[in-house]
Design a protein. Structure first.
Ligand SMILES: [Zn+2]
Length: 251
């Protein structure tokens, strides 16, 4: 479909976005790491906002017990058993044909992380395991690529915006990644669909701030949400003096 000048007018009317901010969004190259509940909402919002290039990475297929929160997929996708990235690409392009979608049917790992991050301006985290998050964390710190960490389980969610050289990284909070391996997962304790959607929306808001250049208003610390208890608060996080990436974090 041919774009019209007012396609993004409800965003460009915002004083914090404006045409200048929208132009930056449309030139941005963003990687969405994982296409589960968070990745569904994140990629839909980013594509519909006109992010110029989206690299979506996952190696899974849609399953019926995930449809309550993974809103990129439908029952037909489950029946066909097609990869998430392929179902997602078709869905995203149907709403935003002007966005370039690079669908990668792979697990993110130490072996491919640098090629996946090639040419990327921003990473939005929608992973379902801590091990891979630390692979991403170390690479984005090395390459100085902003990274929006997010997670949701039960009724609880976290969001943290990591700007290498300016803010702490995941290892500043959890110096030993193995200490959080085995934490509660949706497959064992469940996840409320609405907290996943909320966390993803906060992450996308942080992504917009980074893309338009308003990092002064980014979350300073880690946002902790319990949607059932209506609790939202930011826990301050300081760069850990002996963080293994300190020499990079502090530059
Ligand atoms: Zn660190």
């Amino acid at each position: 479909m041919q774009d019209t000048p007012d396609r993004y007018s409800r965003h460009t009317l915002l004083r914090m976005v404006g045409q200048g901010g929208q132009d930056k969004i449309q030139k941005a190259r963003v990687l969405v790491a994982g296409l589960g509940a968070l990745g569904s909402t994140i990629s839909i919002l980013l594509a519909r906002a006109g992010v110029g290039f989206l690299r979506i990475v996952d190696k899974d297929v849609p399953q019926l017990h995930n449809l309550h929160r993974q809103i990129l997929y439908d029952e037909m996708d489950v029946s066909l058993g097609i990869p998430k990235v392929d179902a997602a690409r078709m869905n995203l392009l149907s709403a935003a044909s002007n966005v370039e979608i690079d669908a990668i049917n792979q697990e993110m790992a130490e072996t491919n992380i640098y090629s996946l991050l090639d040419g990327i301006d921003l990473v939005v985290d929608a992973l379902d395991n801590s091990e891979t998050r630390f692979v991403v964390n170390d690479a984005i710190v090395d390459l100085k690529i902003p990274y929006i960490f997010g997670g949701a389980v039960e009724t609880v969610g976290n969001v943290m915006t990591i700007i290498p050289g300016r803010s702490p990284c995941l290892r500043c909070i959890w110096p030993d990644p193995s200490s959080i391996v085995g934490h509660a997962r949706a497959s064992t304790v469940g996840v409320l669909s609405s907290v996943a959607s909320l966390v993803a929306s906060v992450q996308v808001t942080e992504a917009f701030k980074v893309l338009v250049g308003d990092i002064e208003n980014a979350i300073n610390g880690i946002l902790v949400i319990d949607i059932w208890k209506n609790q939202f608060h930011v826990v301050p996080v300081e760069p850990r003096p002996n963080c293994t990436c300190k020499k990079i974090c502090s530059q």
